[in-house]
Design a protein around this ligand. Structure first.
Ligand code: 13P
Length: 251
């Protein structure tokens, strides 16, 4: 039985004041609402504050990106060991915004996955097609290619120690959610693709859905057999909304 995971991706949002308020709200509410695992992925600069507030609570935290390099002259980058040092459990890898706006290729994403694992972090690997790719009927080609690159570079066992997030690019921040069936179909494809390499890994790995998931649509999505939780953007910025999504992930 896979324990659902609900992870917030704050993206580049927040201030010391708003982050403080959000964390207090989450801590106060989380005990009562869910049996799912819960995490927040914060901008790097807020991670010390997140650690200070969440240490000792059931909520885990993580980063949104990581360098492929271990340390050195890489201005502006954050090393995986630095995230670990501040208590991060997770790190998002290969988010479509990184792929689209920062030129991250499948190879770079695979190297970041490896760097995260080497520092003991659990990578949340994002995959997903654009609207154009969906309309061309090549969703499985794209998602398969994105997965295969990481399996080829890191090995199936290493991939199995991470989490996958299916995030159709056309559903991110648009208010347009994939239907539960559309999402389930791609989640089943992802599990099948991994099963070809190792059925036990495919069975055990959590595959999250991301893309305009909110308190209204979360329960129906998470009820699908291959959807093991969510990666939440906009709805993770308000404690009440995020807690409502967490409670929809009760199993
Ligand atoms: P939204 O929930 O704002 O659509 O963002 C989803 C996402 O990109 C999470 O990583």
């Amino acid at each position: 039985m896979r324990q659902p995971l609900v992870a917030g991706n704050w993206k580049m949002n927040g201030s010391r004041a708003s982050v403080g308020e959000l964390l207090v709200g989450l801590k106060a509410g989380i005990g009562q609402v869910t049996t799912a695992e819960v995490a927040v992925c914060a901008p790097a600069v807020f991670i010390p504050a997140v650690q200070a507030e969440l240490d000792g609570s059931p909520i885990k935290w993580g980063g949104q990106d990581v360098s492929v390099h271990a340390s050195g002259a890489y201005t502006g980058e954050t090393a995986a060991s630095m995230l670990s040092d501040f208590g991060c459990h997770y790190v998002i890898i290969g988010h479509s915004e990184r792929r689209a706006y920062h030129g991250e290729t499948d190879q770079v994403v695979a190297e970041k996955f490896a760097a995260a694992r080497a520092a003991g972090l659990v990578p949340i690997l994002c995959v997903g097609e654009t609207l154009d790719e969906r309309e061309q009927g090549i969703t499985e080609d794209v998602v398969g290619r994105q997965l295969d690159a990481v399996v080829a570079h890191c090995g199936i066992d290493t991939v199995g120690s991470g989490v996958i997030a299916y995030e159709p690019v056309w559903a991110i921040g648009t208010g347009k959610t994939a239907s539960p069936q559309q999402a389930q179909d791609v989640h089943a494809f992802i599990r099948g693709r991994l099963a070809a390499a190792d059925p036990a890994v495919a069975d055990g790995i959590r595959v999250l859905y991301g893309g305009s998931m909110n308190p209204k649509n979360a329960a129906e999505l998470i009820a699908q057999p291959d959807i093991d939780g969510g990666l939440i953007g906009g709805a993770s910025l308000k404690a009440d909304d995020f807690l409502a999504v967490c409670s929809a992930a009760n199993r």
